[in-house]
Design a protein around this ligand. Sequence first.
Ligand code: SF4
Ligand code: SF4
Length: 79
Amino acid sequence: MTGISKDKKVSGFKVFVKKDKCKSCGLCLLYCPAKCLLFSKNFNKKGVKFVKKKKDKDCSGCGNCFLICPDACIEIYEG
Ligand code: SF4
Ligand code: SF4
């Protein structure tokens, strides 16, 4: 994980996906216990549907997606 904030008002986790690096393999979706990721309806520069976070689901900050992504597309920030 990167970018951990020292702010005491921390209340959750933010998911940042480098959308144009994503190859749409789906591993992060498979290993996300919170089921808070999905494929976009739009295509990235590779011509595939990239991953993004669901607006109505909270990320638990477990780090699974960050660790499993073969192309290091995901960063998790606390705050
Ligand atoms: S850190 Fe965990 S809960 Fe958050 S999006 Fe990644 S796999 Fe899902
Ligand atoms: S694991 Fe990485 S490359 Fe695969 S769908 Fe998720 S973000 Fe994209």
